[in-house]
Design a binder for this molecule. Structure first.
Ligand code: NCD
Length: 320
């Protein structure tokens, strides 16, 4: 349990300037973010108000791809802390007239903002921008590369429910190859001592997983019994070249979570999904609302984690 006194001991200089990935984030930084997220969840549960640590600060959401939860979660997090948010919509912006990503980023920076939250279909786009602008950049998902704030909120959700992370077993099921969420989560889980098994068609598995100490399985079976967490992924059709798995019916048969496959899961095993869930494919619709599903809890926790992150990156100090 977080004691408020300990917060005053937090260093003044917090985290790096940018959050571009989980791969280069150290365990201490992750723990700092999780601890501060816990504090915000705790305040919320007690109905207490938040200090306006982002007062007079504006966050720009630059989303070049669709998003519901990530964009709105950043927005809610900033507003909760007294900050302001401006949203950019690429379909109605000068991108349509040929403006480049860097020009857009420089333009938004010149408006006078304190952070750029960037989602882009190209891997590496946020880090390219970070190399060109002075404003802190947060990666909100870049191509199939990383989605660091999703991994942080997933770690927080697991820790919040299970009490600790070390030694837990996660089974990640689905399109691992195209998922930026899984790339961030693999780094996050490995750093925090969670054992990983990935399950999916070999055509949707990147090479090198076993070398990282990850178990790879071609289909779901009774081993699912060992899972503390089942982490489901959406078929990222927009990033697939086609012909990677036979049919959706076949995929559902071997990888879909059904009432039947849940029989092989521990009573305390939880089901997670970064969303959006495609009903009836990766999981039977009704199971998304089962007691084992923590999908909505992930969304709720995302706000606390982004509050913690924005505060630690932008406020320069932690106020209680
Ligand atoms: C994911 C994304 O966009 O990377 N969703 C999210 O941000 N919560 C996963 C997906 O699109 O399947």
């Amino acid at each position: 349990m977080l004691c408020e006194k300990s917060l005053s001991l937090f260093p003044r200089c917090l985290l790096k300037k940018n959050l571009l990935d989980i791969k280069t984030l150290n365990k201490e930084d992750i723990n700092l973010i999780l601890e501060r997220s816990h504090y915000y969840k705790h305040l919320t549960k007690e109905g207490r108000s938040f200090a306006p640590v982002l007062e007079n600060k504006t966050i720009a959401n630059l989303f070049f791809e669709p998003s519901t939860r990530t964009r709105m979660s950043f927005e809610k997090a900033a507003i909760n802390l007294g900050g302001k948010v401006i949203n950019f919509d690429s379909s109605s912006s000068s991108v349509q007239k040929g403006e480049t990503l860097l020009d857009t980023a420089r333009t938004v920076e010149s408006l006078g903002v304190e952070a750029l939250v960037i989602r882009h279909p190209l891997a590496g786009a946020p880090s390219q921008v970070a190399g060109e602008v002075g404003t802190p950049v947060i990666n909100a998902g870049d191509g199939s590369h990383e989605h660091p704030t999703q991994a942080l909120l997933d770690l927080f959700t697991i820790k919040d429910i299970k009490g600790s992370l070390d030694g837990l077993k996660v089974f990640i099921v689905g399109d691992v190859l195209h998922s930026r969420v899984v790339r961030s989560n693999i780094w996050a889980f490995l750093k925090m001592g969670i054992e990983i098994t990935v399950v999916g068609p070999y055509t949707l598995m990147p090479p090198g997983l076993e070398e990282m100490g990850i178990k790879v399985k071609p289909c779901l079976d009774e081993e699912l019994r060992q899972a503390d967490i089942i982490y489901l992924l959406r078929m990222q059709k927009e990033r697939q070249q086609g012909g990677l798995f036979p049919t959706i019916k076949e995929y559902k048969k071997f990888y879909g979570i059904t009432q039947d496959s849940l029989k092989n899961v521990k009573a305390k095993g939880i089901i997670m999904h970064p969303g959006p869930v495609v009903p009836g494919i990766e999981i039977e619709d009704i199971l998304t609302r089962s007691p084992q599903s923590v999908i909505q809890e992930q969304v709720k926790n995302g706000v606390f984690v982004r509050m913690a992150l924005l505060e630690l990156m932008l406020s320069g100090e932690v106020k209680n």
